[in-house]
Design a binder for this molecule. Sequence first.
Ligand SMILES: [Zn+2]
Length: 81
Amino acid sequence: MSKCNFCGNKDTAEKHTDYIYRHKGHFMLFENVPCEECTFCGEHYYEAKILKKIEKDFFEVLDKKKQPARKIEMPVEVFAY
Ligand SMILES: [Zn+2]
């Protein structure tokens, strides 16, 4: 990556982060996903092959071809002032 699309900063650091894939009301949390993090604004960038793998795993779990590592319950709140 040459520079951050958001802030223009040129420095990134290799990190691991959590990533939530969302598709038509289905969610899947991926932990420990490698990414490049902008050292200035913290925006995350993922390699195409990483995103492809996430998408593949998501659909395998959705189609019950694969068991996820575990499942979590997620509280939901509708935001209101
Ligand atoms: Zn940035």
